[in-house]
Design a protein around this ligand. Structure first.
Ligand code: ZN
Length: 346
């Protein structure tokens, strides 16, 4: 049987639980395709799965990797719309297709939704199997590495800002942690939508990079008074909308940046899931907290078209080989990046 190299997690723990091994190349069933992976991006999800589940068990062993760019290598018998050799990327959510939410296209709230690279094997291997209906044609003007930096953060940022928060041109938006994947995409999408963008990051170099993404006002979160600086830059009013995917480390301060009737859209909690909240802070200023959970196939397709046309760009910080997967986890855990870490596989 032919074998492939894969980064496999058999147990939760530190970086060294990610094992590089040779395993049999998987075969697609009737409605699936096999992709030869050219590149696979890393997300906080990969680190979270490795460390251990926050919400419900993860099947082990697992190959993580939700951001796949590659070339179709084998087709299931029922797959008619795609061909071997097609260059593709992958919508990373698996949904039931039958519930009331799926039928209305609200895939992100399907009660049975799963993620490629969390609940089934993902792309940190030479080959991966995915359902054919998750395929999206690779944006032609982008490299595999650029494409592999996009799906999760792109659909997430779009769903947060455009769909859930209904961002309007002229609004002011605060996005903490400009170097994060969702944030670096959110900054660009908010600018593309005509908003005025405020962000934070940590070094002069990263502050310059945030400006180059289009942020109008960039602050250093090592300054004790950065919240006052953000609010001051809005003439004391506060921002209309904040996009936060960081979690417990940023929530309290992100809330303080909001104007009266401000809204905060949230999607993640990799810095922690709980913190103390003074409830009057929400109702005195009539704030709205909006949850967002991933993104839909259509949102990802539309956003990739816009990126392919050059209006928004992929932000790749570091390219590594599969043998350097542990370094990839380290870079994310040490926040030693501005933009995405991508594993180049073929
Ligand atoms: Zn469903």
């Amino acid at each position: 049987m032919s074998m492939m190299k894969a980064a496999i997690i058999y147990e939760h723990g530190g970086r060294d639980v990610v094992k590089l091994e040779q395993i049999p190349i998987p075969q697609p069933s009737a409605d699936e395709v096999r992709i030869r992976v050219n590149a696979c991006g890393l997300n906080w999800l990969d680190v979270g799965i490795r460390r251990g589940p926050k919400f419900g068990a993860i099947p082990l062993p697992i190959i993580t990797g939700s951001d796949i760019s590659g070339t179709i290598d084998a087709l299931g018998n029922d797959v008619l719309d795609w061909n071997e050799g097609d260059e593709v990327t992958v919508y990373p959510l698996l949904t039931c297709g039958k519930c009331e939410f799926c039928r209305q296209g609200e895939l992100t709230v399907c009660p049975e939704h799963q993620i490629i690279g969390e609940h089934v094997n993902g792309g940190l291997a030479e080959y991966v199997i995915v359902p054919a209906h998750n395929l999206i044609q690779k944006p032609k003007k982008l490299t595999h590495v650029q494409v592999a930096s996009l799906p999760v953060v792109t659909m997430t940022a779009w769903h947060m800002l455009i769909t859930v928060a209904n961002l309007q041109a002229g609004e002011t938006v605060f996005i903490p942690g400009a170097g994060g994947g969702v944030a670096s995409m959110g900054i660009q999408m908010a600018k593309h939508a005509g908003a005025v963008v405020y962000t934070t990051t940590s070094t002069q170099e990263k502050m310059q990079a945030a400006k180059e993404l289009g942020a109008d006002f960039v602050f250093n979160y090592h300054d004790d008074d950065w919240v006052e600086q953000v609010v001051g830059a809005t003439d004391g009013r506060g921002v209309d909308l904040a996009q936060d995917n960081v979690g417990a480390a940023t929530w309290a301060n992100t809330l303080k940046t909001l104007a009266q009737n401000g809204r905060m859209v949230v999607c993640g909690s990799h810095s922690g899931t709980n913190f103390d909240l003074a409830i009057p802070q929400i109702y005195h200023k009539q704030l709205s907290i909006l949850g967002a959970n991933g993104g839909t196939y259509n949102e990802l397709s539309r956003a990739l078209d816009i990126i392919n046309e050059g209006h928004i760009r992929s932000v790749v910080d570091t390219m590594l080989s599969l043998d350097q997967i542990h370094e990839g986890h380290r870079i994310l855990e040490d926040h030693d990046h501005f933009g995405k870490v991508v594993i180049e596989i073929a």
